[in-house]
Design a binder for this molecule. Structure first.
Ligand SMILES: Cc1cc2nc3c(=O)[nH]c(=O)nc-3n(C[C@H](O)[C@H](O)[C@H](O)COP(=O)(O)OP(=O)(O)OC[C@H]3O[C@@H](n4cnc5c(N)ncnc54)[C@H](O)[C@@H]3O)c2cc1C
Length: 262
């Protein structure tokens, strides 16, 4: 680890002010990604601005037909929230599949989305439910947020404050886990929304993406039989020691059908 200045923020305004004033700062949420990155000397920020004391960044509520989750809310708290379990059970289920108990008790939804790991679980839910990402500066639609491997629409110093998930009529999530890390090799979130059924995939490509072929076949249905014979191209999908692009393409169909109970 290289030397850096450690700062603790007391509010959203304090966090963004400290970030701006520093030469090259990073926000610190649960540290589940940032700390290993620093330990391995893959990044060398001048300052780390810890969000742990910003109480206004924690909590889950229902507002205008949406479940709103603040950025520093831990995966464990989403998994066990009665509100999430009653309104979007698939989202609670997804949170419960993330990593292991230590990761779920430290990792946050804001950190996960800002990081945009190709295999992160939440991005599939954000895209499938057409969620809105709120920052200290603006709102960003799910379809505009994920831009590539570890790349999002966030500007340097822009802080995610909360995520708003419109409550779907039905939703399901299933993933095929990497046996070592538990990250999805392929994860599928399917949501029946007022604008039709949306299907989003994580783990298979450089970042989470929707599957227009499945969405066209499904229309507004939540029926695994409708996509049984719809093939997804392996072009552009990830290949690694765990799964080839062709295998991931196959898993996309299997996981999407399982997410709908098939
Ligand atoms: C062993 C292991 C297994 C895991 N398995 C899974 C899995 O199965 N599925 C999955 O989805 N994830 C998995 N994760 C990732 C984990 O769940 C965390 O969500 C992720 O590492 C981000 O961690 P964090 O919230 O602590 O953010 P940090 O590590 O603190 O920050 C990550 C990045 O986001 C930035 N950031 C943090 N908060 C904000 C904010 N509010 N606004 C803007 N930028 C911000 C930071 O500056 C940093 O660049 C795993 C992690 C580990 C270590």
């Amino acid at each position: 680890m290289y030397d850096f200045n450690y700062q603790r923020a007391s509010s959203v305004a304090d966090a963004t002010t400290k970030h701006k004033a520093a030469e090259d700062a990073r926000f610190l949420a649960g540290g589940m990604t940032l700390l290993p990155v620093l330990k391995q000397r893959l990044d060398q920020p001048s300052d780390v601005v810890d969000l742990a004391d910003v109480k206004d960044l924690v909590g889950i509520s229902e507002e205008n037909g949406a479940i709103v989750i603040k950025a520093m809310t831990k995966h464990h708290d989403v998994e066990h929230s009665d509100l999430v379990k009653s309104k979007i059970p698939a989202l609670a289920e997804l949170a419960g599949t993330i990593g292991d108990p230590m990761v779920r008790n430290r990792g946050t939804i804001g950190g996960s989305l800002a990081n945009s790991d190709p295999a992160a679980s939440y991005p599939s839910a954000v895209l499938a439910m057409n969620a809105t990402i709120h920052t200290d500066q603006r709102t960003i639609a799910a379809d505009d947020f994920f831009q590539g491997m570890f790349t999002t629409a966030l500007e340097p110093g822009e802080l995610i404050t909360k995520v708003s998930f419109p409550i779907p009529t039905k939703a399901g999530y299933k993933h095929f886990p990497n046996p070592a890390s538990r990250f999805p090799i392929v994860g599928a979130f399917v949501a029946q929304t007022k604008d039709g059924t949306r299907v989003a995939i994580t783990g298979a490509g450089p970042c989470a993406f929707r599957v227009p072929e499945f969405e066209k076949a499904l229309g507004s249905a939540f029926d695994p039989a409708k996509i049984k014979d719809v093939k997804v191209s392996a072009d552009g999908l990830n290949t690694d020691i765990h799964a080839s692009a062709e295998y991931r393409a196959h898993l996309i169909n299997v996981m999407a059908r399982r997410a709908m109970g098939g």
